[in-house]
Design a protein around this ligand. Sequence first.
Ligand SMILES: [Zn+2]
Ligand SMILES: [Zn+2]
Length: 216
Amino acid sequence: QNEDSLQPLDSTITDSERFRDSKDLFIVCPSCHVTIKFGGIQSSKEYHVTFTGVKCTACDSVIPWLSISAQLEHFIRHEISYYYAGWLVCSDCGLHTRQVSVYGRRCIGEHGTAHSCKGVMKYCYSNKQLYNQLLYLQSLFDVDKAKKRSLKSLHDPSIADKENVPVEMNKGELDALVEQNRESFEVMKGVVNKYLEDCGRRYVDMGSIFGFMVTV
Ligand SMILES: [Zn+2]
Ligand SMILES: [Zn+2]
């Protein structure tokens, strides 16, 4: 499997698998300034999704949707600017550069001559990674995924400290929260979608223009 190819979206692969390398979404509570790792509607010791919205466990206040959307958007913009910085890395010597070699994907080497290293260059942060990251953020606000309990878990089951894993919600509670929050979560999904559509288009463009770069 080529590491730069997209995972099929309709396959049986779980979100925990698909988004294994995605960065978590952290939200700072505007009332008590504690940092919360947000994973959608699932049990967490740091926050609770209630019928009035996302509640901070530390201070028991509801985090305004406006604050969540602003923090979400800030995170997305940060990821996009990192992507646009366009850093390349060599597979052999580890050289980092923003310079695309006239020799295509060949490493330009320390002296910039492309003779000193046989490595190939690839993007540190590929369009595929960015696209996948946005899909991950979108999934966090997908209430139907929450309902099916198919969201990426906030706890890595292999290293989870059992005592810190909160009790799972029962079906009745989960279903009710999903319906009570559907509309607000849709709005948050819209924030991600705005960028995702752009990125998807670019993914296609980049693939055809810089195909030599992404199919190492
Ligand atoms: Zn708080
Ligand atoms: Zn090199």
